[in-house]
Every structure is written in C-alpha cells, then in structure tokens.
Design a protein around this ligand. Structure first.
Ligand SMILES: *Cc1c(COP(=O)(O)O)cnc(C)c1O
Length: 379
C-alpha cells in the first residue's frame, strides 16, 4: 500500500543530500571534535561549517549558535539558562498558553524554583494580544518566550512586534521556532530576537539534534554539567553527524524557501477548499492567512479524531489529531481549548501538515477518504 504522509509537523524524513553529507561522520571521520589530531580537527571543522550554515539561515553570527540534542533541550537551555543567569534582576517570565510542552513544562519547573510565570491567553485565531503582552511587563520581568508558529494550528505570531516591545522594555525575547525554521523567513536582527530554538528533524534533517541561537552579549548559564563543549554551555561529546545533517538541512531549506512555501500553500488551500465544499459542519482552526504554509487543522463536528485516524491509517494515510507530543494523553488539546473550542470539538480535529513529498494527487486522495469516512463516523 502506498503511504501518504501528512504529518510533517511531527517529523520529516531525512533528505538524501542530507544523509549523504552525514554518512562519513559515522564511519571514516569518527573523530572526537575535542581531539587535537587531524581526525578530531576534521570533526571540529565539520561542526563549524554547520554552525556557519545555521547562522546564515537566520541572519545570526556563527558564534551565536549552540548545538543541542533536540528542540526540547534548546528550549530548556534557553529558559532555564537565562532564568538562572538573570534571577538577580528579577524572577518574572512571560509566555503563552499555547506553547509546546517543552516550554510549558520548563516554565512549571521554574515555578517550583520560585519564578513567576504569566501565561498570556490567545484569541480565537491563536494570536496573543500585544497590548496584554506590554501590560504584563513588570520591573522584575527578565524574559518573554513566545513561539514563532504553533505546532497544532499553525498560527504565526507577530514576532517583529513582540521583539520591538521586548527591546523597548529591556526584556529578553526567546522564541521556540521549531515549527518555523525551514517554513518561514527568519531574521533575528530585524525581528530583534535574543534567543531562538530549532530542531533538525522538523526540516528534513535527522532526529536527535537541535540548535539554540543566543544573541551575542546575552548571558545564560549551562544546565548540564560535564565537559566544556559548545563554549562551555552544553556538556557532552558533539553529535557530529547529526550537526552536519542539521547544517545541510537548514541550508537546503533556506535556499529553497520561497518555492517550498508556494507549493505548500497551494496544496493547503486546495485541501481546505475541497473539504469545505464536500464536507458540511467543519471548521478551520487557526488564522486563515498568517499560518504555516503546510498546516491545515480542521474540526469535523460529531466525530472522534482517534477513530478517524485509524480509518485513515487503513488507507495508508498518516495524519494527526492535535500534536504528536500529546497524542498519548486523553485530555483534549490545550491549544484548541485556548482558542475557545468546546472539548467535543477539540476531540474532533484533524491536523494535516503537508511537506516535500506531497502532491495534488495525495491531497485529492485524502479528501476522497474523508468524504467517505466522516459521514459513517457521524452516524
Ligand atoms: C517538535 C517541537 C519541539 C520539540 O522538538 P524535539 O526536537 O522533538 O525535542 C518543540 N517545540 C515545538 C513547537 C515543536 O513543534
């Protein structure tokens, strides 16, 4: 059976060109980047090349990039590292209610340590209010952490304006950009971003490697003790092959961004249009315009998304209800509740996230299946 993959927000395949660049670092070039002989220096060189590629893609300097083991670690390092360093200045942090668990759970951990967190609400399209953000800033606020784009509903926050507000009030601005990198243009200078998290497996790189950008001059403490890798900010022998893969993947994504966006937006609009035409009582979640190119999250009144996913799987279709991270939990999506959906409707949402391998034919096949399955589930 042909597999049709519509879950690119959960993870993506590793592109062939990416894998090709990674392979030597598993075998012939297996040196430890901290070793001084040639084999070690080759590994070090490969890491520094990747660092340049990451920096270029987001308009940063190479020395502002720190490699981590994943997006979650980058989020932890940003929040805990900055909180730890600046706690003498204040212990207040502002975030939103629709962040990924890597941010929300980290904030909970910080609350245990005496930090105070403000969780901004969002409107029916998933946007925070800039007025509420500004009004929430206090004398002891040290950090604003707002995600660039939401992993469930795709809504893209007004990042430029948030950066402006943070800068005006001398508060640091971190953004979880795990869903944004490779999908939208990012410029940490123009957007006045002080720290930014990314993860390779969300843009056709390997799993188990991420990166954190931290603006030069912004301080943060390390959160893992051990060796002095990554300028003493992240202990542990570097995942050289993974880092090389991340570097190649971000370069490819960056060079191909506009074309990729156009392709995904056209497939997404085709999907939404057809579903709205052919299936009554459905609703698009998230903003219709300011959303990730490949994200289409729709609620279908009167069904259980779990049942729908099983039926789709029988047809070789991979999609998701809400996010991959919360699919094991029985409670409805915190993001869909935050945009005002009733729990029943939150349980009835299908997240389709399009990507590189998808074609118009895939989308038509998916719609055909939905047209057949949904009325049956509604009975
Ligand atoms: C996937 C994801 C993460 C976590 O990244 P990992 O590399 O899987 O740890 C964090 N934030 C967002 C928005 C994500 O989509």
């Amino acid at each position: 059976m042909k597999i049709r993959y519509f879950d690119h927000a959960a993870t993506t395949m590793v592109k062939e060109e990416v894998l090709k660049e990674m392979l030597p670092y598993f075998s012939l070039e297996y040196g430890n980047a901290s070793s001084l002989y040639t084999l070690g220096r080759n590994a070090k060189k490969a890491i520094e090349e990747a660092r340049k590629r990451v920096a270029k893609a987001i308009h940063a300097k190479p020395k502002e990039i720190y490699f981590t083991s994943c997006g979650s670690e980058a989020d932890n390092l940003a929040l805990k590292g900055i909180a730890s360093h600046y706690q003498k200045k204040g212990k207040h942090i502002i975030t939103s209610k629709i962040e990924h668990p890597a941010i929300l759970e980290t904030c909970k951990a910080l609350e245990q340590q005496g930090f105070e967190i403000t969780y901004l609400k969002v409107d029916e399209n998933g946007f925070i209010s800039l007025q509420e953000l500004e009004a929430s800033i206090r004398k002891d606020t040290i950090l604003i952490s707002i995600m660039f784009a939401n992993n469930e509903i795709g809504t893209i926050q007004p990042i430029y304006e948030i950066g402006q507000i943070a800068r005006n009030h001398h508060v640091l601005f971190h953004t979880d950009s795990v869903q944004a990198v490779g999908n939208v243009e990012i410029d940490v200078e123009k957007m006045q971003i002080d720290a930014l998290s990314m993860s390779a497996h969300k843009f056709y790189g390997p799993k188990g490697v991420g990166a954190l950008y931290v603006r030069e001059g912004v301080e943060f403490d390390r959160i893992q003790d051990g060796g002095h890798q990554e300028k003493n900010k992240r202990a542990g022998t570097e995942n050289v092959a993974g880092i090389v893969g991340l570097g190649k993947a971000i370069e490819l994504a960056h060079n191909n961004l506009q074309q990729y966006q156009e392709k995904l937006i056209s497939l997404r609009e085709e999907y939404i249009k057809q579903v709205e035409e052919k299936i009554p009582n459905c609703k698009v979640n998230g903003d219709r315009i300011k959303r990730l190119p490949g994200n289409a999250n729709l609620s279908f009144e009167g069904i259980q998304a779990e049942e729908l996913l099983l039926k789709l799987d029988e047809k070789g279709i991979c999609a998701s209800a809400g996010s991959a991270c919360s699919s094991a939990s029985p409670s409805p999506s915190h993001v869909l509740l935050a945009i005002g959906l009733k729990p029943e409707l939150a349980y009835s949402s299908l997240r389709v996230t399009l990507g590189e391998e998808n074609s118009k034919e895939d989308v038509h096949f998916l719609v055909e299946q939905l047209v057949e399955i949904i009325p049956k589930l509604r009975k």
